[in-house]
Each structure stands twice: as C-alpha cells, then as structure tokens.
Design a protein around this ligand. Structure first.
Ligand SMILES: *[C@@H]1O[C@H](CO)[C@@H](O)[C@H](O)[C@H]1NC(C)=O
Ligand SMILES: *[C@@H]1O[C@H](CO)[C@@H](O)[C@H](O)[C@H]1NC(C)=O
Ligand SMILES: *[C@@H]1O[C@H](CO)[C@@H](O)[C@H](O)[C@H]1NC(C)=O
Length: 305
C-alpha cells in the first residue's frame, strides 16, 4: 500500500499537473492521504523514548498510540541515536519489511520554541551546490550523526536493494530530515522526504536545488498557521523546499483529501507563509497536529517548553 509504486504514481501525477499552465492549487487523492498520514507515524515514533535509546532489533512502538500502522508492520530498529552530540540529534534508522522501506526518522526538539527563539540562524556552506547555504544548526545536527548513520545505512541499502529509503521528521526533526535527504541524494542515494512542520533550512539557491533533486519526492507539510514553518523568516534570506502540502483542517480532527492543498511554490502566499506576519511562537497549537498528534510521545518529564 505504501510501496514505491504508489509513490511513483503520485509523483507522476504531480509532474503532469506541473505541466499544466494553471495556478490552481490542488487537493490530494485518497491514496496520497493514506500515505501522508502513514509516514507521519514514523516521525511521531521518533519522539517515543524506547525508539531512540534501544538496541538494534527493537520493535518500534509508540506509547501515545500514534503509530498504530508502524506497530502493525514488521518494523525494527537497526540503529538509534540520542544524547551523543552537542546538538542532541536523536532518532532511529529502521527496516520495515511490510512496507519495504528503510526509514530514517529524526526526533523534533522538546524545546522547539526556545530553540527557535534563541537561534541565530547562521549560514554554512554544505558543499552541495554552488551558492548553496544551509542553516548552521540544522546542518550540524545532521553532520554530527552522519558518519554513524551511513556506516549502517550503506550495507542496509545493499542488503535490501528493492526497498525505498524514506526520511521523515516533525518540526526540528523535519529540518534535519530535509538536509539529510539532500545530502544523501547528493551522495548518489535515492530518498523520499516526508517533512512535517519543518522550519526553513536553506537559502533560495539550496531550496531550489533540493526541490529539483530528482531522486525521490519531497513532501513538505504545513498546518494552517503553524508558526514554526515560517522561521527563519524569508526576510532573513531563507526559503522553503517545494512543493508545500498545506493542511487546512483544524487541529485534533481527522483530515480529508480536500483539506490538503498542494502549492508548487514553496513560499506561496496562499499557503502557510501567507497566513502569518511575524510568527507568534506562543501560539503553537497548530504545530502539534499533522494528521495526528505528531509529538504525542513527548514525556511528561520533558514538556514542550
Ligand atoms: C542524556 O544525558 C543526560 C545527562 O548527560 C542524562 O541525564 C539522560 O538520562 C540521558 N538520556 C538518555 C536518553 O540517555
Ligand atoms: C558513533 O558510534 C560510536 C561507536 O558506536 C560511538 O562511540 C559514538 O558515540 C557515535 N557517535 C555519535 C555522534 O553518535
Ligand atoms: C487539541 O488537544 C490538546 C490536548 O488535548 C489541547 O491542549 C488543544 O487545545 C487542542 N487543540 C484544539 C485546536 O482543539
């Protein structure tokens, strides 16, 4: 159901629509809705502590009940990471034999609001393309764990040559996932990106480079007026990867196909970008809900600050 084939069909549908001389935003299909609300469960799983502190072979579970389809799949951890880097990059690499996928999932930050409020948003050259600049904190969060991940990932991709590499994350995790996907594609891998509630990670040149990488699709989701995707600000020189899948459903409720509107341009004023001036980081209600409570496994001891 979530196999490469359905994603390719979705991707070709997007390619077809892109060719039409129309500015019309589009709704999504039932199959797409199923896919998008499935992959967010992998992003949600990265918030659940056992999934980022266990040994290889651990079966993925979510005590908050927000990854039932992952739990029902034959999905086990190959490698997980947390607490070892200055950026505290956390998450897991898993193999899912039911959905024939190798999944790399990054956890969001427990303190995304403080993190964003304090961040200086410096650029660094990720050496992916000429004139490309990435946000330093997000890029370091990836490069700090890159070697250990690729050591496991490379033989795994060889072992499962027909499996799809899927990279997911919510919030800060989505920012790291976006740059990880860009980098791994740059190294010759094919990777599909599902980025839920991602901040901007790139200057316009890098955002365009990632958008045009032809090695697996980019699925970047925003929800109504979630302030997090509007940081760092466009006026600071940052831009979004395209397309944008803008969820217009209200929080805490199921999402219908007509409530996910696709904009081909990442910073379309009709999408999340247009709904905010200066983002209000006190109003983060929309940030939690991406088809489900994406960060439901935030522990009571580690509250969303
Ligand atoms: C992370 O490190 C801190 C202090 O170094 C420790 O208190 C905490 O238990 C560690 N967490 C995990 C998940 O290992
Ligand atoms: C990478 O793996 C080594 C060996 O297991 C470990 O000692 C080190 O802490 C890991 N580094 C990171 C950044 O996770
Ligand atoms: C959604 O549920 C959470 C937790 O129960 C609650 O704090 C929040 O206010 C709700 N949001 C909306 C938009 O109803």
């Amino acid at each position: 159901m979530y196999l490469l084939k359905s994603l390719l069909v979705a991707a070709s549908a997007i390619a077809t629509c892109e060719a039409l001389p129309s500015l019309q935003a589009r709704d999504i299909t039932t199959q797409q809705l199923d896919d998008y609300s499935f992959w967010v469960q992998y992003a949600a799983a990265a918030y659940c502590e056992p999934n980022y502190v266990s040994k290889a072979g651990h079966k993925l579970t979510c005590w908050a009940g927000n990854c039932p389809q992952v739990e029902a799949s034959d999905a086990t951890i190959l490698y997980d990471f947390s607490n070892t880097t200055s950026t505290d990059t956390s998450g897991f690499l898993a193999v899912d034999t039911t959905n024939q996928a190798i999944v790399l999932s990054f956890r969001g930050s427990y303190s995304i609001r403080n993190w964003l409020a304090d961040a200086t948003f410096f650029y660094t050259d990720p050496k992916l393309c000429t004139g490309c600049e990435a946000e330093l904190g997000f890029w370091s969060s990836w490069t700090n764990v890159r070697d250990n991940i690729t050591t496991i990932l490379t033989p795994t991709l060889t072992k499962y040559p027909d499996y799809e590499l899927v990279i997911v994350g919510h919030s800060l995790g989505a920012a790291i996932a976006t740059l990880a996907a860009a980098d791994l594609r740059h190294s010759g891998h094919k990777a599909t990106l599902y980025a839920y509630a991602s901040p901007r990670v790139a200057n316009p040149t890098l955002a365009k480079y990632i958008t045009n990488q032809n090695q697996g699709g980019n699925y970047r989701f925003t929800h109504t007026d979630d302030p997090v995707p509007n940081l760092p600000l466009q006026v600071m020189g940052y831009a979004h990867v395209s397309p944008e899948y803008h969820i217009t459903a209200k929080g805490n409720s199921s999402v219908s196909t007509s409530e996910v509107v696709v904009y081909q341009n990442g910073d379309d004023p009709r999408g999340n970008t247009g709904l905010l001036g200066i983002p209000d980081l006190l109003d983060v209600d929309a940030h939690h809900w991406y088809f489900e409570r994406a960060d439901g496994c935030l522990g009571p001891g580690l509250p969303f600050k």
